[in-house]
Design a protein around this ligand. Structure first.
Ligand SMILES: C[S@@+](CC[C@H](N)C(=O)[O-])C[C@H]1O[C@@H](n2cnc3c(N)ncnc32)[C@H](O)[C@@H]1O
Length: 233
C-alpha cells in the first residue's frame, strides 16, 4: 500500500501525522481536506467535498438512548448473533467494519467486539476515529477477515457492500462516501463460503429485496434488513 500527500509518496506514519487528529476531514478556508482512494493508492488532498468521519461517541450515545427504551434481546441483529439472557455473551467478529455503525451496536449489546476491515481508506477512517475515542474491549484489526485466525470467535458477522439495485434509495452520507470510494465487494460468494467453512455461527446481513444465499437456518428481519443465520454443522 502506498500513501501520498499532494502526490508525494510518504510513509503511513507520516501520512497519519498530517491528518489532524480532531477530525479526519477539516475545513481550511472553506476547502475540505479529504482522503481520496484510487485503486491501490490513497491520496490525502484538499478539495471541496462533504466531510465524512466516523463519530464514535455520537453513535454510542444514539444506541444508549435507543436501548434506554427498547430491549436488547428483541433486536433482530442480537437475536441473530445469539445473544440470550443469563447466558455468556458470544465472542463476535464483525468481518466488515465499514463505518463502525454495526460494530458499535454490537459492542453496546455484547460489551466487547473485534472487528476488521480490509479497505485502506476505511481502515484509516476507523483508526482515526478510535484514536479519538478509545474504547475498552473494542478491538480493530486492519486486515481482511480471510487473513484472521477465526478460532477465538463464536460468531461471525458479515455485511458486504452489495451492488446497488435501487439508485433512488440514497444511503446515509457515510455509506454514500463508501459506495463512491470503496465500491461494491466483488468476492461476496467466495468470502461467504470461506466463513461458512469456519464452522462458526455466521450472520449475513442483506436487504429484504434480495434473496438469501444458500439455506439459512434462521432469518430475523427488520423492515428493510434481514439477518440470515447459518449454524455450524
Ligand atoms: C457494507 S460495508 C459494511 C458496513 C458496516 N456494517 C457498517 O455498519 O458501517 C462493507 C465494508 O466491508 C469491507 N469488507 C468487505 N469484505 C471484507 C473482507 N473480506 N474483510 C474485511 N473487510 C471487508 C468493505 O471494505 C466495506 O468497508
Amino acid at each position: 500500500m502506498q500513501y501520498f500527500i499532494d502526490q508525494n509518496q510518504v510513509s503511513f506514519e507520516e501520512f497519519c501525522s498530517h491528518v489532524p487528529s480532531a477530525k479526519l476531514l477539516v475545513d481550511f478556508d472553506d476547502l475540505a481536506i479529504a482522503i481520496h482512494c484510487d485503486d491501490d493508492h490513497v491520496y490525502y488532498i484538499a478539495m471541496n467535498r462533504q466531510k465524512v468521519e466516523i463519530k464514535v461517541k455520537n453513535i454510542l450515545d444514539y444506541h444508549q438512548k435507543f436501548f434506554y427504551k427498547n430491549s436488547l434481546y428483541s433486536q433482530p441483529l442480537f437475536k441473530a448473533l445469539g445473544l440470550k439472557k443469563s447466558q455468556p455473551k458470544p465472542r463476535v467478529l464483525d468481518c466488515t467494519a465499514g463505518t463502525l455503525k454495526d460494530a458499535l451496536l454490537i459492542y453496546h449489546g455484547f460489551e466487547a467486539i473485534t472487528c476488521c476491515e480490509r479497505n485502506p481508506l476505511a481502515q484509516f477512517l476507523i483508526q482515526t476515529a478510535l484514536e479519538q475515542q478509545p474504547l475498552e474491549n473494542f478491538h480493530f484489526i486492519a486486515k481482511a477477515c480471510t487473513e484472521i485466525d477465526l478460532g477465538g470467535f463464536d460468531c461471525l458477522y458479515y455485511d458486504p457492500m452489495y451492488q446497488t439495485k435501487n439508485a433512488k434509495a440514497l444511503p446515509r452520507k457515510e455509506m454514500q462516501f463508501f459506495r463512491d470510494h470503496i465500491g461494491n465487494d466483488q468476492d461476496i460468494d467466495s468470502v461467504f463460503s470461506y466463513l461458512l467453512k469456519s464452522k462458526k455461527r455466521l450472520v449475513l446481513k442483506r436487504s429484504q429485496k434480495s434473496s438469501a444465499m444458500g439455506s439459512p437456518h434462521h432469518s430475523y428481519g427488520e423492515k428493510s434488513t434481514i439477518y440470515d443465520v447459518y449454524l455450524p454443522r
